[in-house]
Design a protein around this ligand. Structure first.
Ligand code: NDP
Length: 513
């Protein structure tokens, strides 16, 4: 029984299916715009209660919720397994990370968002200045299916932690997971609509964008992200867009090759490659290319997709993605690339086996577009300069990974991506204190960390007059003598900053790159 089932809703319904077997997992209502509006109105009614609890009260609720999630993780994992087909171990991992983020939110929200004194400056020395971050009100969250717990919780938990209530539209492929999450929070705070779920297809998501929400947090494809922005523009509703990626790994000549190959295999094939920050291409220094390829192909041949407990990853959750994967592999081969593991025959009816492509031209779809499947392109480069250039010309800029013994940080800094893992993959997503998000077609705004909490707030600036100013600037009674004093003060405070630099500015370049 879900929280909206006993409320007036559309009579239309849809089913969620197990992508590994085709069996029906659950039936859910297709919520109409009126249903969505009603959910948002209930969320608004609960928003002032939630805000009024303050940081300490909200911490108590979020900690209790964390306990419920941790104690019942096996049940949650089972719903994720049935709706996405992913192995139980992988489902547990994403739940564990989400719970860890929840703990961080509960213990850091006050420090990050609470009032802070700010130096008022010499011109306004009579003012006490402070800033704090207030909740927006009601946040609409639209989530994808690939990590149906971890990914939407990156928005839901941070929005709640910042003092907002949430209406969540899960992917039509994973509505059961969304309901499970909302029901578990309702157990902790019955009678309050802190987190509600609306289900349906794209139209339900579009209705959420047009509803009376104060922000939309969208995670999904870039194409849908653009539609979400357009719909939100009608009401000037702000958005945070976490969209797709084409993440690269760079392997330098001094890298630990076995570790890099191990990380590339996991980054590319885990979750059937359906990871926004999955590794889809690898640029390897000429000097270690062959050794790396050998180490990666050895591993790729040991990894297998299937529905049995021994399989390392499951089916493609969204059947239509099979066509995209097939098209990218075919295009890579047609343009002169080679498949050293897998290939077109690796793409089955539900499952895709690991595929390693080499010498793939940079203008092919497998290099430029998000594949979202268990395939990886390995291309040779003469230097890390060349690798960086290839990454930075791409339209996406979500995450990246660098394997290098001595120059990891230098290379990471020059990559135009929101996140970089040095000598590992995707580790940035698991660190609660770090912001998560991309640039370019990967979207904008941040979830996770202090930035993720502030994303769901507005900054509130306050000044308080402490004593009568000797030099009152904001009065019609200001005199010519006082204007002269301002001019003198200006020269003392800022005049020297106008002097030209004594030597020309130089762009600093990192050595050896
Ligand atoms: P989609 O863009 O297809 O859908 C995302 C969500 O938007 C779903 O809930 C979907 O509903 C909903 N939706 C669809 N149309 C509209 C609309 N017009 N208005 C509002 N909402 C709408 O993405 P996927 O679910 O296929 O997820 C995969 C994508 O997500 C990949 O591109 C991946 O890279 C990206 N992603 C990005 C992450 C990040 O943090 N940057 C993390 C994880 C994934 P429905 O399913 O019912 O159609």
């Amino acid at each position: 029984m879900t929280q909206l089932d006993d409320r007036p809703a559309s009579t239309d319904s849809f089913t969620s299916l197990n992508p590994a077997t085709g069996e029906v997992v659950g039936t859910y209502p297709v919520h109409t715009a009126a249903d969505v509006d009603a959910a948002v109105a209930r969320a608004r009614a609960s928003a002032s209660w939630w805000e009024g609890l303050g940081f300490e009260g909200r911490k108590e609720v979020l900690d209790q919720w964390r306990g419920v999630l941790a104690r019942r993780v096996a049940a949650l994992v089972d719903v994720v397994h049935r709706e996405t087909g992913k192995p139980h171990g992988d489902a547990q991992l994403e739940a564990a990370l989400a719970i860890d983020h929840l703990a961080w939110i509960a213990s850091h929200a006050k420090k990050v968002l609470g009032p802070k004194k700010v130096f008022a400056g010499l011109l306004l020395a009579n003012q006490a200045a402070s800033v704090e971050y207030r909740p927006l009100g009601v946040v609409g969250v639209i989530g994808p299916w690939n990590y149906p717990v971890f990914t939407p919780m990156g928005s839901i938990a941070y929005a709640l932690g910042a003092g907002n209530t949430v209406v969540f539209k899960p992917s039509e492929l994973t509505p059961g997971v969304g309901h499970w999450l909302a029901d578990s929070l309702r157990e902790v705070v019955p009678g309050h609509d802190l987190l509600q779920v609306v289900t349906g297809f794209g139209e339900t998501g579009a209705a959420l964008c047009r509803a009376d929400v104060d922000k939309i947090a969208f995670t999904g494809s870039t194409a849908t992200g653009k539609r979400v922005m357009a719909a939100c523009a009608e009401r000037l509703t702000p958005v945070v867009i976490e969209a797709g990626g084409k993440d690269a790994m760079l392997v330098d000549e001094d890298a630990d090759i076995e570790a890099a190959a191990d990380a590339a295999a996991w980054g590319a094939f885990s979750n059937a490659g359906q990871t926004c920050t999955g590794i889809e291409r690898v640029y390897v220094h000429d000097k270690v290319h062959d050794a790396f390829l050998d180490a990666l192909t050895r591993r790729a041949r040991e990894v297998r997709s299937g529905h049995d407990p021994a399989a390392q990853y499951g089916p493609m959750t969204m059947p239509s993605q099979l066509d995209v994967v097939r098209r990218h592999v075919d295009d890579a081969l047609a343009k002169g690339g080679r498949a050293v593991v897998g290939g077109p025959e690796a793409v089955g009816d539900r499952f895709v086996q690991p595929t390693v492509l080499v010498d793939v031209p940079e203008d092919s779809e497998a290099v430029c577009e998000e594949t979202f499947g268990p395939t990886v392109v390995v291309n040779r480069v003469r230097s890390m300069d060349e690798a960086i250039e290839r990454v930075n010309v791409g339209k996406y800029g979500l995450g990246s990974s660098v394997f290098s013994a001595s120059r990891g940080e230098e290379i990471a800094r020059r990559l135009r991506t929101g996140m970089t893992a040095i000598n590992s993959v995707i580790s940035f997503a698991a660190v609660p204190g770090l912001p998560f998000g991309g640039v370019g077609d990967s979207g904008f705004g941040r979830i996770h960390g202090p930035d993720g909490l502030r994303e769901f707030c507005y900054a509130k600036a306050v000044t308080r007059t402490r004593f009568k100013a000797p030099l009152n600037l904001t009065t019609f009674e200001r005199t010519a003598e006082q204007d002269a004093q301002v001019a003198t003060l200006l020269a003392v405070l800022h005049g020297r900053a106008t002097q030209l630099p004594k030597r020309p500015l130089r762009v600093r370049r990192h050595k050896n790159l």
